[in-house]
Design a protein around this ligand. Structure first.
Ligand code: FAD
Length: 485
């Protein structure tokens, strides 16, 4: 039997990996390969924080493969060219991979499939990244869904496959391993080492992801319905980067939830497991939308928003203040600093900072999407596009534009003890709770005793909430009047 290449991409795990299982099943040698091909990702080459994650994830995958007598061949260049070369070098008769849903990856994969098949090499793409293939979920009219609730209701009426198991034995090695680059030669790690915070926060790789999922399902999932809105607590799973890189698969998440719910298969809506699974549902919905509306990473789904009157930002002063966590609104700044330090931000705060950028500062949501893309370890084209278009009010099932999150109120409601702000904005840590979300209202004396010099240690608000809100609503009205949106 000829060898089979397994082309690893965003599926960096051994268990529940149908491409790997498919290649093993053929019975011949298996050549696991990863190709670093940023140009193949079109307009969205991987951002800096994600590259950090990828570096460590590849190291971890190689270790797991070596424990089974195999190894990861790492290559660089145009995917098609490299795969053709690798097939020639190893005499491979098949290439297996798991589907990706980003528009540029889809176009590239179609090309790879056509060329390899034309050369007599069997190709097989599998589904490892989603519970439900985007094309298999259709509304009554046969079109894609644009509203989450009916989408997810429909999904819940379908059955979820069990994770694909890979036996515990060795993976058959080829007679001779092809040459491989060391992961270090891909230069995924930053030259200037700003990644200490990432290293302190995360352990990439399949094993660490499985542990995090198990712990969450056993300890925190029960309280998820309430805990998920408290950024100061460890109330969410934090599995997003592992899910993005495919070190955890959604079928494994589903199975873990089922097993923690004692296999009842019943996840009442509103209760921990049901609410948690509906977030996995939002991830499915995001991929469904990206698949059916591939222009949305750059173009609003609601066409009228294409002419929104964004505010000028001379010298990018407002954008920079937002990026650095120096807006003067503590909960916004806490979120942006958590992002910078750890490569992750709590979902509630993502919504608050996104709303602040597009409504208080009236800066184009794409500025925010790009910043997140570069700084998040879980940067994901489907989820990020949905999150930003939702926040800007221009996407599917989006928050209406006129619903403007008041940052002080959001802070008081979701960070009621100020724990999140104190952790990420340490210069305010000594302020009493009463003023932690609006330090500008504290007296000079009180600020002094808390060691805060407003405008020096911590900025005054860069925009006034009431004025910014009124200007945003006015801009929205103007857009509606000239676009008919
Ligand atoms: P949990 O609450 O434990 O949820 C479990 C999983 O469900 C998550 O890991 C994620 O895969 C999925 N999920 C949860 N909420 C959402 C959601 N609203 N949309 C889609 N999937 C969801 N998520 C990303 O994975 N990558 C991104 O680039 C991304 N960008 C975002 C940008 C904005 C402006 C907003 C508002 C949200 C964004 N999200 C993104 C969604 C969400 O914030 C994160 O998935 C979540 O915070 C990850 O933390 P968790 O793993 O603890 O989530």
């Amino acid at each position: 039997m000829t060898p089979a290449i397994v082309w690893f991409r965003q599926d960096l795990r051994l268990q529940d990996n149908p491409a790997l299982a498919g290649a093993v099943k053929r019975g011949g040698p298996v050549v696991p390969a990863f190709i670093w091909d940023p140009a193949g990702d079109g307009d969205w080459p991987m951002g800096a924080a994600s590259r950090w994650w990828l570096h460590h994830s590849l190291v971890s995958l190689d270790e797991s493969l070596r424990a089974r007598g195999s190894r990861l061949t790492i290559l660089q260049g145009d995917s098609l060219k490299v795969l053709r070369g690798l097939a020639k070098e190893t005499g491979a008769g098949a290439v297996h991979w798991n589907t990706r849903y980003e528009p540029s990856a889809r176009a590239r994969d179609a090309r790879v499939r056509a060329v390899l098949s034309g050369e007599g090499i069997e190709t097989a793409d599998h589904n490892s990244a989603l519970l439900f293939e985007p094309d298999s979920v259709r509304n009554k009219q046969g079109g894609p869904y644009q509203v989450f609730t009916p989408f997810w209701r429909h999904c819940l009426s379908l059955s979820v496959e069990a994770p694909v198991r890979l036996g515990s034995g060795a993976i058959k090695a080829p007679l001779k391993w092809p040459p491989s680059k060391g992961v270090g030669t891909l230069r995924l790690l930053p030259k200037v080492r700003w990644d200490g915070g990432l290293a302190r926060s995360w352990t990439p790789g399949e094993k660490a992801g499985a542990l995090r999922l198990r712990r969450f399902a056993a300890q925190a999932m029960e309280h998820y319905a309430a805990g998920r809105d408290r950024p100061g607590q460890d109330g969410t799973s934090m599995i997003s980067p592992w899910l993005h890189f495919g070190e955890i698969g959604p079928r494994q998440v589903w199975a873990a939830v089922e097993s923690a719910s004692k296999g009842s298969g019943i996840f009442p809506p509103g209760k921990g497991a049901g609410v948690f699974l509906s977030e996995i549902g939002w991830r499915e919905f995001a991929h469904h939308l990206l698949f059916h509306f591939p222009a949305t990473p750059k173009v609003p789904l609601r066409a009228g928003f294409g002419r929104f009157p964004w505010a000028p930002d001379p010298g990018r002063r407002h954008l920079r203040a937002w990026q650095k966590g120096l807006t003067g609104y503590p909960v916004v700044d806490a979120g942006m600093r958590q992002l910078w330090e750890t490569g992750w931000m709590h979902n509630r705060v993502r919504m608050v900072v996104a709303s602040f950028l597009v409504k208080h500062l009236r800066l184009d949501w794409k500025n925010g999407a790009e910043w997140f893309w570069n700084t998040l370890v879980d940067a994901d084209l489907a989820n990020n596009t949905l999150g930003w278009q939702w926040s800007a009010g221009c996407g599917a099932d989006a928050a209406p534009y006129f619903r403007i999150f008041a940052p002080v109120r959001q802070g008081e409601r979701f960070d009621p003890q100020g724990a999140y702000v104190r952790r990420w904005v340490p210069e305010l840590a000594k302020l009493p709770l009463e003023f932690i979300h609006h330090p500008w209202d504290a007296s000079e004396e009180l600020l002094k005793s808390a060691g805060v010099r407003l405008g020096t240690d911590y900025p005054r608000p860069i925009v006034d909430h009431a004025k910014a809100r009124a200007a945003a609503l006015d801009a929205f009205r103007r857009m509606k009047s000239f676009s008919g949106a």
